[in-house]
Design a protein around this ligand. Structure first.
Ligand code: SAH
Ligand code: F3S
Length: 491
C-alpha cells in the first residue's frame, strides 16, 4: 500500500520538485518505485507550458484511472502546474483522480497521502477528492532540503539492492514564480508571484550538498536573474543574483556552477563579467531569445530588442571566448509574418547555438496572446520549426566536430546505462562516455575526445593528469552511502 511511482513532465524545476516530494515521502516510510505497474500510488507532476504537455498528462491519468476497477485502493494524484492551472475542473473529466495539488503545496503531499491511507485502512469511504491549489506565503522555502538530506538510507528502505552511487550534480531551487507577463506564457499563473529564498538558506544547502559529495550545482528558478531583487540591495553595481553566484563560488568542494532559466534583461555588466571572474561558473548560457523580430518581441511583451540580444551574446563571447549558448524560440507567434521569421532565422544563425529548444506557439487560455486573431497555421509553424532545427543541427554539429582531438575537463558522473563504462559532462554540458574507475566518480578529469555521435562525445582519460591519491581522497569525501536521485521518470 505504500509504493509510489512519480512521473514528471516538463522542466528541471519539475524534476527538482519531484525529487523533493520523493524525499519527503521516503522520510514518511513510503517506497519510491520505478515500475509503474507495481505501485499503489501514482503521482503525475505536470507541465502546462504547452497544450501537448497537458494533454499527455491528462491522457495518462485517464488511462491509469481504469486500474481502480481491479485495484480499488489505487491512488492517483495530479501535482504541479496543470493542477494549479485547471484546479478542480480536472475532476469534471477525471472524477477518479484523488489528489489535485498545486505548485505551492508540494510539501503537503505526504500529509494528504497519509490521511487518505488512514481513512482507507479504517474502512472510511473517501467521499471526494482533495483539491489544494491555494497560495501559501513562504512556499518558496518549503521545497528546500535536498533529497540526500532526508534519504541518507544508502540502499532501499528494505536494505535490498546495491548501495546507490554518490550524487555528483544537484539542482537547488533559489526562486519561484515570475512577474514578467510575457504574453504567451502561463507560468506566472501556474507558479505565481516571484518569491526568492534567503541567500543564507541557499548557501547552507549548497554547503551541505558539497559535504555529501556533490560537485556541481544548478541554481533553478523561473527567472533566476531576478533573484532577490526585492529582498537584497545591489552592492557596488552587483545584483543579488551575482552576489549569490559569488557566495556559492566560495564553497569548497563545489567545482561547477550552472543556472537556469535566466532572462536576457538580467545580463548586465556584473553578470557578464562574472563569467570572466568566477572560474567555477561553467561557460554555458541558456539565453531565451523567443523571437528575432523587434515587432514580435514587442507583441510578446519581451523587454529587449534583437540588437540588445545580439550585444549580450557578443559581450558574453568576449568575456568567455569558448562560451556555449542555448536558447528558447517560439515560432508561429500570432501575427508572425514571413519577414518576422526571417529576422529570427538570421539572428538564430548568427548566434551559432550549441543547443536550442524550438517551440511551435501553443495557445494557452488565459494569456494575452490567446486572444489575438491572426494565428499562424500549424503547417507553417512546422515549416519554420524545421528551418531552425536544420540550422541548429549544422551549427551544433560543427561545434562537436571541433571538439574531436581536444582535451576537455569532464566531471565524472557515474556508470553509463550499460554499467560497463562511465558518463560525465564537459563544462559546455556535452555528455561523454569513457572507460574509468569508480573511484573517479565526482572527480574532474581530463578526457581526450576521440569521436562523437549527434549527442554524445566518446574519449579516453588522459591519465597523466589524474592523480590517483586525489581520487582516493575523493572517494573518502563521497562515501558510497550517499543517496542518488530517486526513481523519478522524466517525460
Ligand atoms: N523562464 C521559464 C520559462 C518557462 S517556459 C523557465 O524556463 O523556467 C519555457 C519556454 O517555453 C519559454 O522560454 C518559451 O520559449 C516556451 N513557451 C512558453 N509558453 C509557450 C507557448 N504558449 N507556446 C509555445 N512555447 C511556449
Ligand atoms: Fe514565462 Fe516570460 Fe516569466 S517566459 S516564466 S513570463 S520571463
Amino acid at each position: 500500500m505504500n509504493r509510489v511511482y512519480i512521473k514528471t513532465y516538463g522542466c528541471q524545476m519539475n524534476e527538482r520538485d519531484s525529487e523533493a516530494v520523493a524525499a519527503m515521502l521516503r522520510g514518511r516510510g513510503y517506497r519510491i518505485v520505478d515500475d509503474e505497474n507495481a505501485c499503489d500510488i501514482m503521482l503525475l507532476n505536470t507541465c502546462s507550458v504547452r497544450d501537448a504537455a497537458e494533454q499527455k498528462a491528462l491522457g495518462k491519468a485517464g488511462y491509469v484511472s481504469a486500474r481502480k476497477k481491479r485495484q480499488p485502493d489505487f491512488v492517483i494524484g495530479i501535482l504541479g502546474c496543470m493542477a494549479q492551472n485547471r484546479g478542480a475542473a480536472i475532476l469534471d473529466t477525471l472524477p477518479d483522480v484523488d489528489l489535485v495539488i498545486g505548485t505551492q503545496k508540494f510539501h503537503q503531499v505526504p500529509d494528504y497521502l497519509d490521511n487518505l491511507r488512514a481513512a482507507r485502512e479504517a474502512g472510511v469511504p473517501i467521499g471526494s477528492s482533495i483539491v489544494d491549489i491555494a497560495e501559501e506565503a513562504g512556499s518558496q522555502n518549503t521545497i528546500r532540503d535536498h533529497l540526500i538530506d532526508t534519504a541518507d538510507a544508502g540502499a532501499g528502505p528494505d536494505g535490498e539492492g546495491p548501495p546507490p552511487a554518490p550524487q555528483v550534480s544537484a539542482f537547488v531551487s533559489i526562486q519561484q514564480g515570475c512577474n514578467m507577463d510575457c504574453h504567451f506564457c502561463i507560468v506566472p499563473k501556474t507558479r505565481g508571484d516571484e518569491r526568492s529564498r534567503p541567500m543564507e538558506a541557499i548557501v547552507a544547502e549548497c554547503r551541505s550538498l558539497a559535504s555529501k559529495g556533490v560537485r556541481e550545482i544548478t541554481l533553478l528558478g523561473q527567472i533566476v536573474t531576478s533573484y532577490g531583487r526585492r529582498d537584497y540591495a545591489h552592492t557596488g553595481g552587483v545584483s543579488p543574483f551575482v552576489q549569490l553566484l559569488e557566495k556559492v563560488h566560495e564553497i569548497e568542494g563545489i567545482e561547477r556552477i550552472r543556472f537556469t532559466s535566466p532572462h536576457p534583461r538580467g545580463f548586465k555588466a556584473d553578470l557578464v563579467e562574472a563569467y570572466a571572474r568566477l572560474p567555477k561558473l561553467c561557460e554555458y548560457v541558456h539565453l531565451p531569445m523567443q523571437s528575432g523580430s523587434d515587432r514580435i518581441l514587442r507583441a510578446m511583451n519581451r523587454p529587449y530588442s534583437r540588437e540588445r540580444y545580439r550585444q549580450i551574446v557578443e559581450a558574453l563571447r568576449a568575456a568567455q571566448p569558448d562560451m556555449y549558448f542555448s536558447t528558447d524560440i517560439i515560432v508561429g507567434y500570432p501575427g508572425e509574418t514571413e519577414a518576422d521569421f526571417e529576422q529570427t532565422r538570421e539572428l538564430f544563425e548568427a548566434c551559432n547555438y550549441d543547443m536550442a529548444y524550438i517551440f511551435k506557439y501553443s495557445i494557452r487560455s488565459g494569456t494575452v496572446a490567446a486572444e489575438l486573431a491572426d494565428q499562424v497555421p500549424e503547417a507553417e509553424k512546422e515549416r519554420r520549426n524545421q528551418v531552425l532545427l536544420d540550422i541548429l543541427r549544422r551549427n551544433s554539429g560543427r561545434r562537436t566536430a571541433s571538439l574531436i582531438g581536444t582535451t576537455q575537463e569532464v566531471l565524472v558522473d557515474g556508470p553509463d546505462k550499460t554499467g560497463r563504462r562511465f558518463t560525465g559532462r564537459t563544462r559546455g554540458n556535452r555528455v561523454c562516455i569513457f572507460d574509468a574507475d569508480p573511484r573517479l566518480i565526482g572527480q574532474l578529469v581530463p578526457l581526450r575526445i576521440e569521436r562523437a555521435s549527434v549527442s554524445t562525445l566518446y574519449g579516453s582519460l588522459v591519465l597523466a593528469g589524474v592523480d590517483a591519491t586525489a581520487a582516493e581522497g575523493a572517494s573518502a569525501a563521497t562515501p558510497l552511502g550517499a543517496a542518488r536521485s530517486p526513481h523519478v521518470s522524466a517525460a
